[in-house]
Design a protein around this ligand. Structure first.
Ligand code: MN3
Length: 203
């Protein structure tokens, strides 16, 4: 069973002007699709064929860098599409209270996510996660992921690769982050928090 390119959970114009339909069409239809296709090609007929994407990631992490990169990027992009919303959604009472304890306010958390994302060197991802029971901003480099890390439940992610923003904001990553911080899907983050286990890539 092959992994599928999941549909965007909104119209391709939904994130404008932060992220244009043109960016989404390349990012989803070319970049994400290529990661999925390469993952499928690598697992086809082998021991990992038919296993969930999270198992492929965990298995490849220390044994097959090429497969790991493609499988983790397949997962990260699925999670990223859901981390965004055309209109910012609301955090649950539980998440809101944890955000206020850890960061003072939702606005302060959004500023910190944007700062950490802007300061991240080269390609990668900035995450809001629950780590050891507490909210934490995490960064991963290149294709690395929080999908398979014990004790960590990712809540939201923002893509920091240039392909995520270059058509719309050129080299101005801080401008992209400032724009997408008003498009975050706090309802998705709340579902991830309430579940208490890591989101699974739909198949
Ligand atoms: Mn990307």
């Amino acid at each position: 069973m092959a992994f599928e390119l999941i549909d965007l959970p909104y119209e391709d114009t939904a994130l404008e002007p932060a992220v244009s339909a043109k960016t989404l069409s390349y990012h989803h239809g070319k970049h994400h699709k290529a990661y999925i296709d390469k993952t499928n090609k690598a697992v086809d007929g082998g021991d990992l064929d038919g296993k969930p994407l999270e198992d492929v990631i965990a298995s490849a992490r220390n044994s097959d860098q090429g497969l790991f990169n493609n499988a983790a990027q397949s997962w990260n992009h699925g999670f990223y599409w859901h981390s965004m919303a055309g209109k910012e959604t609301n955090a649950s009472g539980e998440l809101k209270s944890m955000i206020e304890d850890a960061f003072g306010s939702l606005d302060s958390l959004k500023e910190k996510l944007a700062e950490r994302g802007a300061g991240h060197f080269a390609s990668g991802w900035v995450w809001l996660a629950v780590k050891d029971g507490k909210l934490s901003i995490e960064e991963t480099h290149d294709g690395d992921t929080l999908a398979d890390q014990d004790g960590t439940v990712p809540l939201l992610v923002i893509d920091l690769w240039e392909h995520a923003y270059y058509l719309d904001h050129q080299n101005a990553r801080p401008e992209y982050l400032d724009a997408v911080k008003g498009k975050l899907n706090w309802s998705f983050a709340s579902e991830n928090l309430a579940r208490g286990t890591t989101w699974t890539y739909p198949n």
